[in-house]
Write a protein that binds this ligand. Structure first.
Ligand SMILES: NC(=O)c1ccc[n+]([C@@H]2O[C@H](COP(=O)([O-])OP(=O)(O)OC[C@H]3O[C@@H](n4cnc5c(N)ncnc54)[C@H](OP(=O)(O)O)[C@@H]3O)[C@@H](O)[C@H]2O)c1
Length: 227
């Protein structure tokens, strides 16, 4: 039975992917900071270990990786911080806020990879980092979050070169109707954005398929699959 760690699985894209993998027979180790939401989300997943906590905590990261055991097929780096909202221009970006965004979106994912590497190597597993188009585009207001995702993508690129026995992906899931997206566009109607479930088949192409390590966009993967 394949095993995955998915951070930020209580809602949004993480929850949608966890539901899909659980239905496919995967064993899951999942987290989120809000325990009640995590327990509710994980209740229908029969082989899930739910561990509430913050990915910026070293104790929590160690606990997550230990719960996965000696073999880990998939590490999904999904939990993420938007940072200051409403999104400020760089001229007004608070440096303490930038450090916090980098800690959650870049430092914590690298540390999870470091801790999980022995188990990932044992399973010839995959690392899937959820990124964003803000990593490569210069959208006003998205400088802090975008920089953290750009750095995350570069870590994944180098990881792929250093660990040829693994697959290492970063993926832009596209705009999705989630809590984070609503926070980025306060007061805006985001009901035209697709549900997070719509991006899951693209993530499954990376998880299940033999695609080489690299950066992917969900819309391209979905178009290639004709979905
Ligand atoms: N939605 C979009 O349009 C969009 C576009 C591009 C990329 N993305 C990326 O897609 C991924 C999922 O985002 P989403 O839109 O699904 O967000 P979401 O609905 O806000 O879900 C975020 C999840 O991560 C958890 N989380 C946040 N900070 C955490 C932390 N420090 N430690 C542990 N868990 C934490 C949240 O639970 P708690 O708050 O309880 O911790 C929640 O389970 C993120 O990497 C995001 O950057 C989203």
């Amino acid at each position: 039975m394949p095993t995955a760690i998915i951070t930020g699985a209580s809602t949004g894209l993480g929850r949608a992917l966890a539901s899909d993998l659980s239905a496919g027979g995967w064993r899951l180790v999942v987290d989120a900071r809000t325990a009640t939401e995590l327990y509710d989300a994980a209740a229908p997943w029969p082989r899930a270990t739910d561990i509430p906590g913050d990915v910026t905590s070293e104790d929590h990261r160690v606990e997550l990786v230990a719960a996965a055991g000696d073999r880990l097929d998939l590490l999904v780096l999904n939990a993420s911080s938007l940072g200051q909202a409403p999104l400020p221009p760089l001229a007004e970006y608070r440096l303490d806020e930038l450090r916090a965004v980098l800690e959650t979106n870049t430092v914590a994912p690298l540390r999870l990879v470091q801790l999980a590497l022995p188990a990932l190597r044992a399973a010839a597993g995959a690392v899937l980092a959820i990124s964003s188009d803000a990593a490569v585009e210069g959208y006003p207001g998205w400088g802090g979050y975008g920089a953290s995702k750009a750095a995350l993508e570069q870590l994944v690129r180098v990881l792929a070169a250093e660990e040829p026995g693994l697959r290492a992906y970063s993926v832009d899931p596209g705009d999705l109707r989630t809590r984070m997206h609503a926070a980025a566009y306060p007061g805006e109607d985001i009901s035209d954005r697709p549900e997070p479930e719509t991006a899951v088949p693209a993530l499954r192409r990376l998880i299940d398929g033999g695609l080489p390590s690299g950066r992917y966009a969900a819309r391209d993967l979905l178009a290639e699959a004709g979905t």
